[in-house]
Design a protein. Sequence first.
Length: 318
Amino acid sequence: MSSLLSVFMLTRNHEKFVADAIMSVLEQKVNFEYTILVGDDGSTDGTVDIIKSYCKKYPQRIKLFALSENRGIFENVKNLYLHYEGIYLANLDGDDYWIDENKLQMQVDFLEAHPEYNGCFHDMKIDSSSMPVATNDESSRINAKHGYMSYSQLHTYTSDVFPYQVVDRLIIPTSSIVYRNGAHLMDLVQSDFRPNYSFDWWLNLAIVKNSKLKYFPRQMGVYRDHIHGTTKTVGFTLKKQTNILILKSLLQDNYYRHFKKWIFKGLSREYNSLANDSTTDQGTRLSANFSYGWYALKMAISTFLENHRNMNTKNSTG
């Protein structure tokens, strides 16, 4: 019987965690067929051996697609996408795990009943127990400072999430989302623009495009915040520069270019972060400070024009 859903599991040196991730999928109670597609990005520890042991035990359920060397998230996802099964996809990073055995069934049931949504996601717990107190990662410092234990403490989620909110960097927990497969995803994996950093954001922008997402205020998974996580091994400047490239690419998109106010807001925010980062070289900070002012001005103008249009529309209909 063919699968209705594929679970995309990305791994990279996750030997301490991947068994928990796999078992949390196998423990799901569902009335449909699904396949676990594991994409390993050139792990150098025992991750692949652990996955192979599960493939041997569950040959019809788990399939491993291992890259011989580290090629980055984009190539790993693209490789998995060539082998997906079903009309729904679910993401689960190899160092995270699910804690609600009804998670997949609930999300698939919702999408089956509501074709107007391209995907749905839920709250997740944050486990920072293995993260050192002193860390260079921005998000981890915030978690440690405030004692955040879930994504809903970090972000304000509405029941329905629209494209402008994702443009504005509302974080969708990677391992929480279930979404429809479609041409929009094929366009993404075939794109010449291939961000290996902030890829989750890039993917979520493709998922929510021309649609919306449903949020469930229920903690159904755990995000492990640890020093070997993918986002922890990337420099601050490179992260910000990647975010800037993503935002600028949206200005070239026939759909997203209509969200200029939010794009300019994001660009001014990213450039401001670069301008105020002491680890960034002086030339980059000076250039970023100029760009921050430029995009802050463009955001103000776009906001003014939008408000003016809305007022004219209100007056003409009133």
